[in-house]
Design a protein around this ligand. Structure first.
Ligand code: GAP
Length: 468
């Protein structure tokens, strides 16, 4: 079961502190959101799961964290200055602006007028002045994708790690696009995060690696709790491909507003490394790149045996963090009818994604012995480094269970008089089945560890030396 509408998710997200409209008290800023106390945990957990599977569980990927402000030349040679545009149309009647491909029947979606301007390209990059003088000559772009800084650091990573293709470089970070019509909550926003891997391979092995990464990424999303029934693949027709792409496959997800792209997996050919390379003349570059007299390096690898330089090809799985958050929120959301006639809202997130891993709740609010024992158990569990453990001193167990169901806490731990007076056991309550069980405090760490390990089992694909 998923949410029936985006409104349900928006309401839950605001009520429980997952997401807020940015600058809300001044009327907001369109297409920009802030993550609240639970949202930041969920988002960090999703990013950590990606990083674990990409960098730690493999032996052929290095990580990077690069700057957002980007020298315009990077985005000139990448092709973004010329081609990173959406077709824009203005409505002459109500002055609203639209992406031409979002307009149906040639009529303004706001007022219905057919008095629209011809579509014209609108560049999506944000730019900002750098340094104290704002004369238009000294500016930088806010990066529109994290990918470019991976390419421009290719030589640095090669030199400092002695890697050879096939290998990858991973990065998670913010990207900015001046979307003409941001919409659908955090689905299409102007400031967002990407999780991108640029995987460098030898020419000729690209198609096999591309297929492999599509399978790997589908498996990863299902590991995050996304039902395979809600995922599908979309193969871009040749005429719609981006300027750098030989082939692109999108992982599509059934969002509450419709089936749309969650992640794109592109075969970027040798375009990027080729286009940022100085003196390309003696290199056998497949992609059409413009001459580059500005770069200071050659982004190629030297084959000692063949005594030649070659430019690696790139397979790029590129996922949106915010779209991922929206997908796992939607997947986990359900409203259940209870036997007693009541209802409960549950966020059945995978445990490794849950913002709070366990809530420790004393049966009575002001009872010194119960509160002290609960605090000690919380501190002990927190030290295990498994994520956020919450001490919850509300004194109403039923309400606490409901609240934690709704924010996805997989385990509640109740401390009662038997705990402190008899046998140091507690009640643990499972979010999904609502089953309760008595376990000793000494066992709690293993229980939590087991729950998280089962939730985030190892990735299906291992290192490059498995052979492509
Ligand atoms: N480096 C390749 C690249 O950026 P993309 O398809 O433009 O490719 C990759 O973006 C992913 O980034 C998308 O699949 C989507 O998840 C996310 N994304 C792109 N634009 C977005 C936006 N305006 N708001 C939220 N997420 C976005």
């Amino acid at each position: 079961m998923t949410a029936e509408s985006m409104d349900e998710l928006v309401a839950l997200a605001k009520r429980r502190g997952f997401l807020y409209q940015a600058s809300e008290l001044y009327g907001g800023l369109q297409g920009i959101y802030d993550y609240g106390p639970l949202g930041v945990e969920l988002k960090n957990n999703l990013k950590a799961a990606w990083w674990r599977s990409m960098v730690y569980e493999r032996d052929d990927v290095e990580g990077l964290d690069c700057s957002i402000l980007t020298n315009p030349k990077v985005l000139r040679y990448s092709g973004h200055e010329d081609t990173f545009t959406d077709p824009l149309q203005d409505c002459r009647a109500c002055k609203s602006r639209w992406r031409a491909d979002h307009i149906e029947d040639g009529r303004c979606p706001n007022c219905g007028s057919d008095d629209l301007t011809e579509p014209r390209p609108f560049n999506l990059m944000f730019r900002t002045a750098v340094g104290p003088i704002d004369d238009g000559s000294s500016f930088a772009y806010l990066r529109p994708e994290t990918a470019q800084s991976i390419f421009t650091n290719f030589r640095n990573v090669l030199d400092s790690t002695s890697r050879k293709p096939p290998f990858g470089i991973a990065q998670i970070g913010k990207a900015f696009r001046n979307e003409i019509t941001p919409r659908n909550f955090i689905f299409r926003v102007r400031e967002f995060e990407q999780m991108e891997l640029e995987f460098f391979v030898e020419a000729g092995t690209d198609e096999e690696w591309h297929e492999r990464w599509v399978q790997e990424r589908m498996a990863w999303w299902t590991q995050q709790g996304v039902s395979p029934a809600h995922l599908s693949l979309y193969h871009h027709p040749a005429e719609d491909l981006s300027h750098y792409s030989k082939a692109t496959v999108d992982i599509m997800y059934r969002f509450p507003h419709g089936v749309e792209e969650l992640e794109g997996i592109a075969n970027r050919s040798d375009f990027d490394l080729g286009s940022h390379t100085r003196n390309q003349d003696d290199l056998d570059i497949h992609a059409k790149v413009m001459p580059n007299p500005d770069s200071s390096v050659r982004l190629a690898v030297h084959d000692q045996q063949a005594k030649r330089w070659s430019v690696p090809w790139v397979i790029e799985p590129s996922a949106g963090v915010d779209r991922g958050v929206l997908a796992v929120l939607n997947e986990g959301y359900r409203v259940e009818q209870l036997d007693n006639g009541g209802q409960r809202t549950v966020l059945a997130l995978k445990a490794h994604l849950a913002p709070i891993k366990a809530a420790v709740i004393p049966l009575k609010r002001n009872h010194e012995g119960l509160v002290a024992r609960a605090r000690a158990i919380k501190a002990e569990l927190q030290r295990l480094g498994l994520g956020r453990i919450l001490f919850e001193n509300t004194g109403n167990i039923g309400k606490a269970y409901r609240r934690h169901d709704e924010v996805g806490t997989p385990m509640c731990i109740t401390i009662d008089f038997r705990t402190i007076e008899e046998d140091d056991t507690v009640t643990i309550r499972d979010r999904d089945s609502m089953a309760q069980e008595r376990v000793s405090v000494a066992e709690l760490g293993d229980r939590l560890r087991g729950m998280l390990a089962a939730s985030d089992s190892a990735s299906t694909m291992t290192a490059a030396d498995d052979g492509a």
